[in-house]
Design a protein around this ligand. Structure first.
Ligand code: IMP
Ligand code: MG
Length: 179
């Protein structure tokens, strides 16, 4: 693997697709072990989480599991705007369901916190969050996610669904901005 360049910035290899796959399988087992019902609803937060969600959902072969999609946007360039806008909402009835939110990355926690508040108003049985990446030092609001793939330092990451202004999502491995 080599350094990749976007918008004049260099990114170096950070987490390989093999490491991601191993961790996703472990997370799936943990989620299934903890889940009180066989019909949880996974809520994938678009756009960034689409690739992780596809892998995680496939790794959770629970008989009546469902997946749906919601869309939020908070990032511009390489930093959070602090403002979260909902671009696409939830159509499903989640009353009395076990909900597992799937996020690509939790940074300031603003998106996660708002999403949990919104979902809690819809009277689910439980709400948990699975994120592939978590930057604990950046967390400003809310609690840490229940399921974390990798805890990472507060650096900018791309690949495996994560983008820089819409690009780099199609990299199979995860890359970090070279300082
Ligand atoms: P938060 O609301 O600050 O926790 O940010 C959450 C969202 O910002 C994530 O779901 C990502 O879409 C985006 N984000 C945060 N950190 C990164 C990063 O390092 N690379 C790409 N996107 C990021
Ligand atoms: Mg996201």
């Amino acid at each position: 693997m080599k350094v990749v360049t976007y918008q004049g910035m260099n990114f170096e290899p950070y987490i390989t697709q093999q490491e991601i796959a191993q961790r996703v399988a472990q997370m799936a087992r943990q989620i299934m072990d903890d889940c009180p019902s066989q019909n949880p609803i996974f809520v994938c937060v678009l756009n960034g989480a689409f690739m992780f969600a596809a892998d995680l959902f496939r790794a959770c072969p629970m008989q009546h599991a469902e997946i749906t999609f919601i869309r939020f946007k908070s990032y511009e360039g390489t930093s959070s705007t602090g403002q979260v806008s909902e671009v696409m909402g939830l159509n499903e009835d989640i009353t009395d369901r076990d909900v597992i939110i799937i996020e690509d990355i939790v940074d300031t926690g603003v998106t996660a916190h708002q999403l949990r508040q919104k979902l809690a108003e819809l009277n689910p049985r439980s709400v948990k969050m699975a994120t592939l990446l978590f930057k604990p030092a950046s967390l400003k609001v809310g609690n840490p996610p229940e399921y974390v793939g990798f805890e990472i330092p507060s650096k900018f990451i791309i690949g495996y669904g994560l983008d820089l202004d819409g690009q780099a999502r199609n990299l199979s491995d995860i890359y970090v901005l070279k300082q």
